[in-house]
Design a protein around this ligand. Structure first.
Ligand SMILES: Cc1cc2nc3c(=O)[nH]c(=O)nc-3n(C[C@H](O)[C@H](O)[C@H](O)COP(=O)(O)O)c2cc1C
Length: 344
């Protein structure tokens, strides 16, 4: 038995498998389903102050791409597909009351519901965070602020912030408004997520979640039509090494700032890969949309086995273990001649 508890800055979680903010966590039923499955925490679907962001949900669309890139109809999904989508935010009406109800339920299971804001403007994001965090943990025990929504490139209702100064400005505005743990979720689409992580930490973030999904475009070679009829956001197993790269580099640069990994994890082995790269917990969305919330329970069970097989008796032992074993290119001794494995 592995000790699956994990400490993510001020948050103590019963396990590191978290339901990420997505349409799977947009309803009370969805959140309760993730909690019942055994998630360590559930990040609720994001909201913001802009009614346009909620309206954007009405033009949302979701396409699955199979292994060779062909669209796969949802009823025929296998779970291995890449998800390309346009998304919006949840409507604010009744949202805080719903968060409070689900948080009370979560507490009974030793779990948490984390409120999420995908930013438009910093001031209103801070006001909303204050409302969410009212009377410390009555509504939510932590607030996650996503400053990097890929859809921010396509529509003004949310922002994709890619520079350290602006990340710091948004982080500071929310930090000044709340005492609860603040998680800042960073975009993939930037020169250096690591630099953004440092900016967010210096501006008061307790935890960094990284990295968001990339922007994507996928034309059909026969019809010339782009899948979804537009640009979108893309994630999937192919993104996992990129996410692990930035988590591991951020961990290597600063071991004190707790990291949550996201983007590309589908299996317990993937969750372990995030931990070994330096994350203390992992947020998963696509796998929940593909298989339903029950998959979170399977991931928790399988993670126990995967970590035990790796000789880790506690999550904390696994965190960053692969980073400790990584060498800089300069430290790798050269061979007598360059290898040519493709000829063997
Ligand atoms: C359909 C969909 C909706 C999403 N909505 C949000 C959101 O409202 N707020 C947010 O911070 N992230 C959102 N995300 C990003 C996820 O929380 C997660 O970070 C990302 O999908 C990468 O994890 P995955 O590979 O497990 O899907 C969304 C992702 C998907 C696929």
């Amino acid at each position: 038995m592995t000790d699956l508890t994990t400490t993510v800055g001020p948050l103590r979680l019963k396990n590191p498998v978290l339901a990420a903010s997505s349409e799977a966590t947009m309803t009370e039923e969805g959140i309760l389903g993730c909690l019942d499955a055994g998630a360590g925490a559930v990040v609720a679907k994001s909201v913001n102050e802009s009614p346009a962001a909620a309206r954007q949900l009405h033009i949302a669309d979701y396409a699955l791409l199979g292994a060779t890139g062909e669209p796969v109809p949802w009823p025929h999904r296998t779970g291995g597909e890449t998800l390309l989508c346009r998304s919006g935010l949840a409507p604010l009406e009744g949202w805080l009351a719903m968060l409070e109800r689900t948080q009370v339920y979560a507490r009974g299971l030793g779990a948490h519901v984390i409120g999420s804001i995908t930013v438009a403007e910093p001031g209103p994001a801070a006001d909303l965070a204050r409302e969410m965090a009212r009377e410390m943990a009555r509504v939510v025990p932590a607030v996650e602020v996503n400053v990097g929504a890929p859809h921010g490139r396509e529509a003004g209702a949310v922002r994709q912030v890619t520079g350290p100064e602006t990340v710091a400005r948004y982080t500071r505005a929310v930090r000044d408004a709340v005492d609860v743990p603040l998680i800042v979720k960073l975009p993939a689409q930037t020169d250096s997520p690591r630099a953004l992580a440092a900016a967010a930490r210096d501006a008061g973030a307790d935890v960094i979640a990284m990295i968001g999904r990339f922007n994507g475009f996928w034309p059909d070679p026969v019809t010339s039509e782009p899948v979804l009829g537009s640009w979108g956001a893309v994630g999937g197993p192919a993104m996992l090494p990129v996410s692990l790269y930035w988590v591991s580099k951020t961990f290597a640069a600063d071991r004190r700032t707790p990291l949550i990994g996201t983007n590309g994890a589908r299996t317990a082995a993937d969750v372990a890969r995030f931990l070994l790269s330096g994350a203390r917990a992992v947020e998963l969305a696509s796998v929940v949309l593909l298989h339903g919330p029950g998959v979170l329970g399977d991931l928790v069970r399988d993670l126990d086995e995967v970590l035990a097989a790796g000789g880790h008796t506690r999550v904390a032992d696994a965190v960053g273990a692969a980073v400790d074993r990584s060498r800089a290119y300069a430290d790798i001794p050269p061979r007598d001649r360059p290898p040519r494995p493709w000829e063997d």
